[in-house]
Design a protein around this ligand. Structure first.
Ligand code: ADP
Length: 251
């Protein structure tokens, strides 16, 4: 299976270079951590990968196809999903309907059409409800499928966002600080879900400040500082790296 390949990507905002010739390969069946101090470029890289920004230089490829200038929807159809630092849910809709939005994006309908249920057949609807329901059970939200999304606890909203992203049947998933605001127990639960994703062959990019968690569950870790990759390696290699300790982990 093909990797998602970022090659020599630079992203400038006016005079500010947020990313400076960054390369990264996200492989199927791998959990790849992305760490670094605030402002080091992690979110910018995630936005470039998911199609919210275009690179100033360099390219992003999947299966040889240059995705650098394609839109979010196109990338979603090719199997690139993400979650956000603050979960983006449709609050007045049910948990099940939110998860089903992911399944609908999988077949490429647009977001508004999806929300308005345009063009659904009964059979598709049942199939998507089944898939979304299974995923909700899988992330531990089986008890809450008919609840309004905005009435969920913070951690439940995070898990719902993950279920929605997985309903797209992605090949790659990018998680933006998924452990933020979770208790230790909830973080363990998140870790198990990520391991299941890896075992299912997904490539997972994990942007996270909770470094113990990153080092525990990642196969490889990339560290950014001031928009550049300063170290990439196994969790052990990265944790012990003097430069990573100096700029981020502290002595
Ligand atoms: P991190 O996620 O590691 O905290 P970011 O990717 O958010 O870092 O930011 C990297 C740098 O790019 C910062 O200096 C930030 O201020 C700048 N930056 C990010 N997004 C924008 C934007 N849309 N416009 C201008 N500057 C931005």
């Amino acid at each position: 299976m093909t990797a998602l390949q970022v090659t020599d990507v630079t992203k400038s905002f006016g005079g500010l270079t947020a990313l400076d010739q960054v390369s990264l390969e996200l492989r199927p069946g791998e959990v790849h951590g992305l760490i670094g101090p605030n402002g080091s470029g992690k979110t910018t890289l995630l936005n470039l990968l998911s199609g919210y920004y275009e690179p100033t230089k360099g390219d992003i490829r999947l299966d040889g196809e240059d995705l650098s200038r394609t839109r979010v929807q196109h990338r979603a159809r090719l199997g690139i999903a993400r979650t956000f630092q603050k979960p983006r849910l449709l609050g007045t809709m049910t948990v099940l309907d939110n998860a089903m939005l992911g399944a609908w994006r999988d077949v490429g309908s647009n977001f508004l059409g999806t929300a308005l249920s345009l063009g659904r057949t009964r059979r598709e609807e049942r199939e998507f409800a089944r898939r979304a329901g299974e995923l909700l059970m899988g992330v531990g939200l089986g008890h809450a499928v008919h609840r309004r999304a905005d009435l969920l606890e913070h951690a439940e909203q995070r898990f719902l966002e993950i279920a929605r992203a997985l309903a797209m049947r992605p090949k790659f998933i990018m998680l933006d600080e998924p452990a933020g605001g979770l208790t230790a127990l909830e973080t363990e639960h998140l870790g198990r879900i990520i391991q299941v994703m890896r075992d299912a062959g997904l490539g997972v990019l994990l942007v996270e400040h909770h470094t113990d968690f990153v080092f525990r569950i990642c196969d490889r870790v990339t560290t950014l500082d001031l928009g550049k990759v300063i170290k990439r390696g196994t969790p052990d290699e990265v944790r012990k790296d003097p430069e990573v300790i100096r700029v981020y982990l502290g002595a």
